[in-house]
Design a protein around this ligand. Structure first.
Ligand code: URA
Length: 241
């Protein structure tokens, strides 16, 4: 059982003080009866709590997929730069944080949630789920690079990188751009860029396509977001790292 005002803020319907107003204005009902006290308890699994007669669906956590555009930082706040949170409505932002990081100049799939257990499950050291990126590379990516990525690369850390799957989509010619897909299972700082640097090449465009079972919804333009479907949430939770 939780307090109705707490339930309303947990559901991101209103802040604690906005909830008071909604209750004062008789806009909240519990099982059809107008709620007059925010301290009244409810069981969200059993009681029908409505705002203006519309049921508020009980969801303990929130899960958002953002198509991160370039030019913003993966943080909940920043003094100088726009953050990924600025693309979400204010009501939704409270308590949410991004799962992992994309560089300011990287775009693509970013999961944002307040489910700390899932965040940990997806990112705990040694348990990273596979993440696939599309990239454009300045230079000619070769099958020798594919083998090197598979064997693990020295990117200046104590340990070599874990095996990564590099797929050449378009090999490029002298002085031109190659297109690749790469799947990594770690989350080291600037990892994809540093992996290409270690084979003498430069990433000029990077986009994350997937994280475990979660795939970027290509109908989302950069800067747009949507809630995850129930199926996407269940699949992510079932993810075997
Ligand atoms: N690797 C990078 O170099 N940058 C990212 O944003 C993500 C992976």
């Amino acid at each position: 059982m939780i307090r109705i005002d707490k339930f309303l803020s947990q559901m991101q319907v209103a802040t604690r003080s906005e909830s008071k107003k909604l209750i004062k204005n008789k806009r909240i009902t519990k099982n059809g009866v107008t709620v007059t006290d925010g301290g009244e308890k409810c069981d969200p699994d059993i009681d029908a709590i409505c705002l203006d007669g519309v049921p508020i669906a009980y969801q303990e956590y929130h899960y958002v997929m953002l198509h991160k555009p370039t030019g913003c930082v993966t943080a909940t706040e920043d003094r100088y730069d726009k953050t990924v949170m600025d693309f979400l409505p204010e009501k939704l932002r409270r308590g949410l944080s991004p799962v992992g990081r994309l560089d300011k100049d990287t775009e693509g799939l970013l999961l944002i949630t307040d489910d700390g257990a899932l965040n940990h499950q997806l990112l705990a050291p040694g348990k990273h789920v596979p993440k696939t990126y599309y990239a454009r590379i300045d230079g000619i990516v070769t099958s020798a690079d594919v083998v090197k990525f598979q064997s693990g690369l020295d990117i200046g850390e104590k340990k070599r990188t874990a095996p990564a799957i590099l797929e050449i989509l378009h090999a490029g010619e002298t002085d031109s751009i190659s297109e690749i897909k790469v799947t990594i299972t770690e989350g080291k700082y600037h990892q994809v860029k540093r992996m290409f640097q270690s084979v003498g090449k430069k990433v000029v465009y990077l986009k994350r396509l997937s994280m475990g079972s979660l795939t970027l919804d290509e109908t989302l333009a950069p800067g747009n977001w949507r809630a995850l479907t129930k199926e996407e949430i269940t699949n992510l939770k079932d993810e075997k790292a």
